[in-house]
Design a protein around this ligand. Structure first.
Ligand code: ADP
Length: 260
């Protein structure tokens, strides 16, 4: 319990720091992008225009990164409400299908009649996107991605362990892949902000930290089961709420699929 509390506190202060830096940095990048666009315009057709385009491209990449930092720092307004996880999974299905590529098969199995959970639909969407992007990256040569939902009860016997859920009723979301898997030292650090094993420019190390932050803030837990060479299953448990689901639609601005 203590370790979880410390991790949450560490995440919060890192989030604040990252959010502050990202916000100011984003303004600077906007200036760079603007001036690069002026140069491209003024020097159309010359080698200088090509160089300025490179500057703009790098600044855009930096801007994507700062948006990820801002979303990790959770500076957006969060609107938790009672929702059906299956609705979010179904709505995000096509987007995930497109973003994981042809070489990976996607199976989505939603258990009918799920109880409601209290969460922000946009954030839940982001959780699914982040987990699916990681699964995709772990299967460069192709494989299977499975997302399933279920209603589960955790009793005192199964709640043991400091990072496990407390006894109660939960909605479970599992995201499984047949990818590279993770060695123990990677599992131990996977939720740490900025921890990544991906080549520079491809990973921010914020995907799982964001998932962890969103789910624990909603009172849930995230656990990693992984075996190198076999694949990874991320299990998310979200506590059931007694509040009735109001609106079925989860319409939100589209989530960023490229990266986290
Ligand atoms: P990023 O994806 O930017 O590296 P994450 O926080 O999402 O950051 O993930 C941290 C690290 O955890 C990844 O670099 C990778 O080594 C490992 N990881 C996460 N998900 C998976 C997965 N499904 N299969 C294998 N390794 C994974």
């Amino acid at each position: 319990m203590e370790a979880r509390f410390q991790r949450t506190q560490r995440l919060e202060s890192l989030g604040q720091l990252a959010g502050g830096v990202a916000h100011d940095f984003n303004n600077l990048l906007a200036v760079i992008l603007n001036y690069a666009a002026f140069i491209v315009e003024d020097s159309a057709g010359t080698p200088l225009a090509k160089d300025a385009e490179q500057i703009a491209r790098a600044a855009r990449r930096g801007s994507d990164l700062t948006h990820q930092l801002l979303s990790f720092a959770r500076r957006e307004v969060i609107r938790p409400r009672a929702l059906d996880v299956n609705t979010v999974v179904t709505e995000v299905h096509q987007m995930l299908r497109r973003s994981i590529g042809e070489h990976i098969t996607l199976a989505v199995r939603t258990a009918p009649g799920l109880p409601a959970v209290m969460a922000d639909p946009g954030q839940l969407e982001q959780v699914l996107v982040n987990l699916a992007v990681n699964a995709r990256d772990a299967m460069p040569g192709g494989g299977h991605l499975t997302i399933d939902t279920a209603a589960v009860a955790v009793d005192a016997d199964h709640a043991a362990g400091r990072s496990g859920p407390i006894p109660g009723r939960y909605v479970r979301i599992r995201v499984s892949d047949t990818g590279t898997g993770m060695p123990k030292d990677v599992i131990d650090r996977a939720f740490d902000p900025f921890f990544t094993t991906k080549p520079s420019g491809q990973g921010t190390g914020l995907g799982l930290a964001t998932v962890y932050g969103i789910i624990t803030q909603a009172g849930g837990t995230v656990q990693i089961y992984s075996e190198t060479g076999l694949g990874t299953t991320i299990t998310v448990l979200m506590p059931v709420t007694d509040t009735a689901v109001t609106a079925e639609s989860t319409q939100q601005p589209p989530a960023v699929v490229d990266g986290h």
